[in-house]
Write a protein that binds this ligand. Structure first.
Ligand code: SDX
Length: 431
């Protein structure tokens, strides 16, 4: 006999309200409050959404206490170690690992969508050369809705799929063009004979004046960084994409909204802020000074790359990223990199400090990524564009999942109003 549905009883002014409880595959139960306002005339209040599930999803699961991250059930450590980014893209988009034929077809499709509409090149030329690459990416991705009209009708599953493929395929091209534009070098076209990560590295670092050979160590490390950033449940930028999509906005506008949100230093912008912080610390002997600043309530300084809304244990991506940093720097012969020494010592000191232990602050995905990216030759301004490039498949997979839910509706939160009560207008002579 099936179990009776679980409910919670809320009592307000002596009246009881039964709220259904739904149980997940794994993780915390959820209290269904969808009918609460209609029944009890009250809102719930959760400004940072710390206790709020915004949707049902089958894509990514995070256990913050145990430091677990899975994509469609597969642990991130196994995917980063045994899979590769485009295979993870297929997994996130379609829910299962592809067989050989499916993977080949998918990779061919993505490869053949990497070029950008030639008219968009003029779009780039409108930016100042010192524009931040994220400013360019937000603008160019949003402008894609002006160039790819045949994949903006979200009611057409085929157009949704074409838009998904175009965004995954073109983000490396756009990010590389943003980089080239800011350093005054000519754009390098993608090549169909290169894998996704190698293509990106070549578009960033090749120049027309000579041949460019992609270093396989760097392309493997680049691909792993893409995989580690691919999706992460209902984080701020993914929630932004879902909210934008709930109004029926086209996919390019929704992803541009996600890029804009990711840019913040509390979110994806932390990788740039973290490396700048490590450079400001400069040497191991200055670490205590910064640890004290991070603990000082009167100092707005925070240890960038540390802490997480969900992880109250080590971010599993940081663990893999640290291993990759050690490998890449050693293979590149720069394992005496002072920044890596500062980062490793900062992690050791912070993790033994009572403040960080009590608040369960651990290194997150942004703590080590910048060290690898800098060793690969990227300026700090390109760190968040690379995060945005990687996360596009996550945003698109979540966008696709939301649109395929026939019950989805426009997101429209309410508020706790603390402003003035109704009052009459007074003429200026009487103020
Ligand atoms: C990403 O959500 C995601 O999944 C994001 C992400 C993804 O893949 O999409 O994982 C990517 O954004 C990773 C996070 C990158 N951001 C940073 O590294 C910036 C530094 N970290 C913080 O700003 C902070 O930890 C957040 C924003 C990441 C999380 O903030 P919360 O959950 O709102 O936690 P909080 O601000 O309430 O902090 C709890 C306490 C506070 O102290 P009290 O007010 O309780 O006394 O911990 C302190 C904070 O002051 N604290 C820190 C700290 N982070 C939190 N103190 C010093 N240094 C820090 N980094």
């Amino acid at each position: 006999m099936s179990e009776a549905p679980k409910t919670a009883t809320l009592t307000i002014d002596g009246k009881n309200y039964d709220l259904p409880i739904h149980s997940p595959t794994t993780g915390p139960d959820v209290l269904d409050i969808r009918k609460l306002y209609g029944q009890a005339g009250v809102f719930t209040y959760d400004p940072g959404f710390t206790s709020t599930a915004s949707c049902e999803s089958t894509i990514t699961y995070i256990d913050g206490e145990e430091g677990i991250l899975t994509h469609r059930g597969y642990p991130i450590g196994e995917l980063a170690g045994q899979s590769h980014y485009l295979e993870v893209c297929y997994l996130l988009l379609y829910g299962a690992l592809p067989n050989a034929a499916e993977l080949e077809e998918f990779e061919t499709t993505i490869t053949r969508h990497t070029m950008l509409h030639e008219q968009m090149v003029n779009f780039f030329r409108g930016f100042r050369r010192d524009a931040h690459p994220m400013a360019i990416m937000v603008g160019v991705v949003g402008a894609m809705s002006a160039f790819y009209h045949d994949s903006t009708d979200i009611s057409d599953p085929r157009q949704r799929e074409v838009a998904s493929h175009r965004l995954i395929a073109k983000m490396p091209t756009i990010a590389a063009m943003a980089y080239k534009y800011t350093i005054g070098q000519p754009f390098i076209s993608p090549r169909n004979d290169l894998d996704y990560a190698s293509n990106f590295l070549r578009m960033c670092f090749a120049v027309p004046a000579e041949d460019y050979e992609v270093n396989p160590i760097l392309s493997r490390a680049m691909d792993r960084i893409f995989t580690l950033h691919a999706d992460h449940e209902q984080n701020a930028s993914t929630s932004t994409v879902r909210l934008a999509s709930s109004s029926g906005a086209n996919p390019f506008a929704c992803i541009a909204a996600g890029i804009a949100c990711l840019w913040g230093p509390a979110h994806g912008g932390a990788n740039q802020a973290c490396l700048e912080m490590l450079k400001e610390i400069g040497s191991v002997d200055r670490i205590p000074e910064f640890i004290e600043r991070a603990k000082d309530k009167n100092d707005p300084f925070r240890l960038m790359g540390f802490g997480h809304r969900v992880y109250k244990n080590m971010d599993p991506r940081a663990t893999v990223m640290k291993q990759s940093a050690d490998e890449v720097l050693e293979l590149l012969g720069v394992d005496d990199n002072p920044l890596l020494q500062v980062a490793s010592e900062l992690e050791r000191i912070a993790l033994s400090d009572p403040y960080f232990k009590e608040k369960k602050l651990f290194p997150n995905v942004d703590f080590y990524s910048g060290i690898i990216l800098e060793a690969m030759g990227f300026p700090t301004s390109m760190f968040t564009p690379i995060f945005a490039l990687s996360r596009t498949v996550g945003w698109i997979s979540q966008w696709k999942e939301q649109l395929s839910d026939p019950a989805h509706k426009i997101g429209r939160p309410r508020q706790l109003y603390l402003g003035e009560d109704v009052r009459s207008y007074t003429d200026i002579e009487n103020r």
